[in-house]
Design a protein around this ligand. Sequence first.
Ligand code: LLP
Length: 423
Amino acid sequence: MKPVPWELLPDSSELGDAGELVIGGCSVLDLADEYGTPLFIYDETHLRQRCRDAVELFGRHATYATKAFLCKAMAKLANDEGMTLDVATAGEFHIARAAGVPAADLVFHGNNKSVAELRMAIREGVGRIVVDSFDELNRLDSLHAQGHGPPKVLLRVTPGVEAHTHEFIATGQDDSKFGFTVSTGVAAKAVERAGASEAVNLVGIHAHIGSQVFRVESFAQSLQVLAEFSEPFGLAELVVGGGLGVPYVAGEEAPTIRQWGQILKREAAQAGITATLGIEPGRSIAAGAAITAYTVGTIKRLDGIRNYVAVDGGMSDNPRPVLYGSGYETFLPRAVAAERPFHARIVGKHCESGDILVREGLLPADTVVGDVLATPVTGAYGHSMGSNYNKVLRPPVVFCENGDARMVVRRETLADLLTTDLT
Ligand code: LLP
């Protein structure tokens, strides 16, 4: 019933004179008018502030995980604010470089990097490679034999910590496709091998226990394991990954980046860690910075069963509800502070029943076809995990700050859909 919780909206959100939502000094309704819907609207100040919070505590060892949200403007923004960037594929590497980010500011991740990806990264002078497997060490050996490298590397280890999150995004447990297992002694063997190798310059250890993790104890546990494991090797760097959760719906609470960072530093000091600590936040930088604006096209009332409100996007701009059962809030930007007594399932325009954006949505009673409807906290893993399913055109992205809106990614066109089609 209650209005959408204000804390879920981007930092610069304000209530306009007519009760409408204003982000970065721009009216959401005006933006929807000008750029059309669906539309990703980012609060640039919010993004910058999150980057600054991370950099203040960790300096250049604050690394933005670009998988959360990446376009040239975002890569540039994070780098301008002092962050290095985590890229996990040649594609992410390419976009960061196209944005002007120096290769030395990139950390190359991935559990199955190809020879071509590794070669490109080394040639361009990548800052760090986070090595995930013995097969990757073999690939780096052969590249070295061909005159490439040695690059600076960290070894990714799995500390055996069960992060409390969705199974698909938990990565710290032993049963994982990522990294070298600490508990079995495999990780120690990897350190021995990498330390003795001429093909790599081993500078540190890396672990990432999972994503959307709310419990700081999980990170503390991971730090304990990492402290004990890495102590004998005396390496200079220890990266504890990203994974800090964010609130998506009413009632959820999470530590801020600042609080999380301070806890990590304290735990590390208590565990006797002397290596320089690094973090890789993605979601906690970008998620809360954006909302997605849609237009309501169809309202179907099934008496005694359910109401459906269909919008002009769906699982192609936010697959998280379908993939992980993730919850979202919903509201009308024209009446952001209004009560929401109208219960409805918010669905998209794709040809399947699973195309759900909000399973149990709440809206004002006077919601009508043509209304702009929004979901908050869509800044991470929405645009980046989007698709062209049903050949729906990918939405544009606008950044708003101090009353100015700039489109940083344009809407896809029908012609774009044919750029790779040959005959
Ligand atoms: N570092 C590594 C090595 C990672 O694999 C990830 C995320 C991060 C950092 C950033 O984690 P964050 O701070 O964003 O939690 N698509 C899923 C999330 C997948 C996360 C993958 N790795 C979702 O929408 O919930």
